[in-house]
Design a protein around this ligand. Structure first.
Ligand code: HEC
Length: 115
């Protein structure tokens, strides 16, 4: 009986190791997409091409281009966290938690145009 319990625990442990990471990642991307559509799409557009709201000066960034995608995660994270001064890109730290910013950044990464 005791032996069975140990076996069961081992099985639970192995199973939790296997698909866990992948699932968590998919969850983040899904959360990031939800957040993006709620907060960012209005300016950056459905696909991030900067075609949401076109009347800003300076214009909304096209998030799919390499000039944006080549920036580091830290740089982009801070742009979302702190905003970009003198533009309409706001300080999302008042709206989104650190985890939510990371999730939405993950989604922004997924918008990158192919090579
Ligand atoms: C009110 C319009 C508006 C909304 C809403 C908005 N942005 Fe922006 N965003 C901008 C503008 C304008 C720029 C370009 C700033 C510049 O010229 O550098 C920008 C730039 C960016 C950049 C590039 C920053 C860099 O370092 O070059 C990222 C990444 C970004 N936005 C992500 C987001 C995310 C994620 C959201 C939602 C949480 C969001 N934006 C919501 C207007 C907006």
């Amino acid at each position: 009986m005791k032996c069975l319990a140990v076996l069961f625990m081992a099985l639970v442990w192995v199973v939790s190791l296997l698909p866990g990471g992948a699932l968590a990642k998919e969850g983040d991307l899904k959360e990031g997409r939800t957040l993006y559509l709620k907060h960012c799409k209005i300016c950056h557009g459905q696909e991030g091409k900067g075609d949401g709201y076109a009347l800003f000066n300076p214009p909304v960034a096209d998030l799919t281009v390499s000039t944006i995608q080549n920036k580091s995660d830290k740089e982009l994270w801070e742009s979302i966290h702190m905003g970009v001064s003198n533009t309409s890109m706001g300080m999302w730290r008042f709206v989104l938690s650190d985890e939510e910013i990371s999730a939405v950044l993950g989604y922004v990464r997924s918008l990158a145009a192919g090579p």
